[in-house]
Write a protein that binds this ligand. Structure first.
Ligand code: PCA
Length: 301
């Protein structure tokens, strides 16, 4: 069996390398009976289309950013409330709580979750220095999900959704002047070619999920299913480790190319904090009983 695996991120991104390792592990464990062929850089499907492709069985497996689906269900953006879970330890705890809810929602759509790995913490990239959110007013701000667009709105900027493969072009043509993303994506897109400052806000750690079509998965012989699940468990553990271990290196790489790495001012920090609280409230309302249960369990510690 050969499975095509679309992902929207470049081949040398750490998520994609982890996915490739997952594919290698599956191939090895099944003695070559199940082969996974990666299609990085949104070459097979664009980022927002990958989940539907898996759901409808156009492809058996795919990697997505969960929060891209926030309009379909707020639950998928459990990880995108700024400053709620803003470290690897907190994100891990939040994920343990949210996972059964996310899995249930996906299962009802004929999808199984294989594994999930967070992006490094999200920061703000700008051309000019910023002291407070007033400096972001009216700025054309690159976002990648409904939640990051809401964040842009709340800081008074103008959101434009641009997926990773289109980032360099969007900056070069003046479509956007600032963005929110991780150090990983800053490096992947060579942010130093068009941006000057990186504000290390460590706002939240949105997760990528690798999904499998349930019917396609259960068509596999039992031994192959087992091999896939074992490789997925290993990929999740490995991915979390790499994300955390490489985080600092991404920021260093950017600095070595001339990006000024900045600590946000106290004012900016408290303004962002207030926006984070508002977003968590809005999210809890949209995510209904599940959202409330997740937040409650998370806040209980
Ligand atoms: N990189 C992806 C999602 C979050 C991140 O760090 C992006 O910028 O689209």
């Amino acid at each position: 069996t050969k499975w095509d695996v679309p992902t929207a991120y470049p081949a040398n991104n750490f998520h994609t390398e982890n996915l490739q390792q997952f594919a290698n592990d599956v191939e090895k464990a099944t003695g070559g009976k199940l082969k996974l062929q990666l299609h990085p850089n949104a070459s097979l499907f664009k980022a927002p289309e990958i989940k539907r492709a898996v759901q409808t069985g156009q492809v058996p497996v795919g990697e997505i950013l969960g929060s891209v689906l926030a309009n379909e269900s707020a639950l998928f953006a459990f990880d995108s409330n700024p400053f709620l879970a803003n470290s690897y330890a907190k994100e891990r705890r939040l994920w343990h709580i949210a996972r059964p809810y996310v899995e249930k929602k996906l299962a009802a759509q004929g999808i199984e979750l294989l594994y999930s790995v967070p992006w490094p913490p999200q920061g703000i990239y700008t051309k000019k220095p910023i002291e407070s959110i007033a400096d972001l007013k009216g700025i054309k701000f690159r976002t990648y999900s409904p939640t990051t667009s809401r964040f842009a709105e709340l800081i008074g900027a103008t959101p434009t959704t641009v997926q990773v493969p289109d980032i360099p072009q969007a900056f070069k043509t003046g479509l956007v002047d600032a963005m929110i993303t991780s150090g990983a994506t800053g490096v992947d897109t060579q942010a130093w070619d068009y941006l000057k400052y990186y504000y290390d806000t460590q706002a939240f750690l949105p997760q990528n999920m690798v999904l499998v079509n349930k019917a396609a998965f259960h068509k596999l012989p039992a031994a192959e299913q087992k091999a896939v699940l074992a490789a997925a468990r290993a990929a999740e553990a490995r991915g979390w480790k790499t994300s955390e271990a490489e985080n600092e290196n991404y920021v260093k790489t950017m600095a070595s190319h001339g990006i000024q790495v900045m600590k946000p001012s106290k004012k900016l920090e408290s303004e962002f904090e207030a926006i984070g609280k508002q977003m968590a409230d809005e999210w809890a309302k949209k995510a209904g009983a599940d959202g409330e249960a997740i937040l409650k369990a998370y806040e209980r510690k």
